[in-house]
Write a protein that binds this ligand. Structure first.
Ligand code: SAH
Ligand code: SF4
Length: 375
């Protein structure tokens, strides 16, 4: 018997291949050169526009070829280990990506918008002191297949594939943020391929303006991110002085605030229409004084930006507390008066540990309870 989530490793998967890579696979498979483009478009439409899960459903491809493709390739996705829904409607899926390897994907509905928060790595190497994901030991990069599959699985679960034409489709998932587990710029190539696939106009077709890559500030990869990926950028700033940021985001010792801000100033696509989002987690008595807010305004002066204030989401053993609500509002006011939009992110899904920085705990608990069940 095959362990859950491993069927797809037996046959090469067609998911997560860019158009070029998929064309190469089809050519190697023996599709005549002159038919490659047509077959590619057919497969792309069924997989990424219709969201079919079986080659048999691809009715404009001959029965014989469908059977041959099904023999040779897989379009399976990782299995859902658990699905949870919060009282506020937030959904969290724990996905099996191999033995002991689980990742989390979170959907946050908000009026007529819905944001899908996806992971780029299992765990994270960066150990930010306020983030639970950073305490997870196991780390590996997710493949482009595993990244794209998070979007496809969420669409399956939310019944969010178009039933008719693209124009008639009222999307449940309107935005995607790489704010789950992991540092996306440390998995650059796979994140880039995944975004190319997700934004392809003949498939899932989510505009790059609605896809945000969040980085803790990996300065040497930022310019390349603007040039080659071209999605929206969010930067986890969290502090205005190096001594504090060194504590909160230790990668700051390597890429300090001045270098990070310079990279933001030079960011290729930063314009008023494509502002950079600075994320700032509100930690009581650590980084939340009004003086900090004023210094923040000075620091980002001239950068087309908005500031997203994130109330700290607690986890067991975390050495921080969340700032008082009034205090967060006063901090936001300073930014607002200086002309920066400064939305305070409403904590969502805290009851299922799906809020920012809480991911991991559930998967560890999940594994512990699975072990208990086996005993
Ligand atoms: N590694 C990337 C993206 C994933 S983290 C990054 O750091 O930007 C996504 C966001 O959640 C980051 O802004 C991160 O600082 C924030 N975050 C992490 N732990 C948090 C917590 N406990 N409470 C609130 N926000 C948190
Ligand atoms: Fe990694 Fe981001 Fe968490 Fe820091 S905040 S440990 S970079 S996931």
């Amino acid at each position: 018997q095959t362990p859950a989530g491993h069927e797809s490793t037996e046959k090469p998967s067609l998911l997560g291949l860019t158009r070029e890579a998929l064309a190469d696979v089809l050519r190697d498979f023996g599709i005549p050169d002159k038919a490659v483009r047509m077959r590619l478009n057919q497969l792309w439409h069924w997989i990424y526009f219709r969201g079919v899960t079986d080659f048999q459903a691809m009715t404009n491809i001959s029965k014989d070829l469908r059977a041959q493709l099904a023999d040779a390739f897989s379009i399976d996705k990782p299995h859902i280990a658990t699905a949870q829904t919060s009282q506020d409607g937030t959904c969290k899926w724990l996905l099996d990506c191999g033995p002991g390897v689980q990742i989390e994907t979170v959907f946050i509905p908000d009026g007529d918008r819905g944001t899908l928060c996806i992971s780029s790595q299992v765990g994270c190497t960066l150990n930010c002191s306020f983030c639970h994901t950073g305490t997870q030991k196991l780390v590996r990069n997710l493949t482009a297949r595993e990244i794209v599959a998070q979007v496809m699985i969420a669409r399956d679960e939310l019944a969010d594939w178009p039933k008719g034409s693209a124009q008639d489709h009222h999307r449940a998932i309107t935005n995607i943020v790489f704010m789950g587990m992991g540092e996306p710029l440390y998995n650059f190539d796979n994140v880039k391929d995944a975004i190319e696939i997700i934004s392809d106009g003949e498939g899932i077709s989510l505009s790059k303006r609605r896809i945000t890559v969040s980085t803790s500030g990996i300065v040497p990869h930022m310019e390349k991110c603007g040039d080659e990926i071209g999605a929206m950028l969010a930067v986890s700033l969290h502090a205005v002085r190096d001594d504090i940021r060194n504590e909160l985001v230790p990668i700051n010792k390597k890429y300090p605030i001045q270098d990070l801000i310079a990279a933001c100033r030079n960011y290729p696509t930063a314009t008023n229409a494509k502002r950079i989002t600075f994320e700032y987690v509100m930690l009581k008595d650590v980084n939340d004084s009004l003086q900090d807010a004023k210094e923040l305004v000075q620091l980002i002066k001239g950068i087309p930006a908005k500031v997203n204030l994130i109330p700290f989401n607690p986890w067991d053993g975390a050495p921080y507390a969340c700032s008082e609500w009034d205090h967060i509002e006063a901090f936001a006011d300073v930014l607002l008066r200086a002309g920066y939009a400064s939305p305070i992110r409403t904590p969502r899904g805290r009851d299922i540990m799906a809020a920012c920085g809480q991911l991991k705990s559930a998967s560890v608990k999940e594994r512990a309870s699975a072990r208990r069940n086996q005993q």
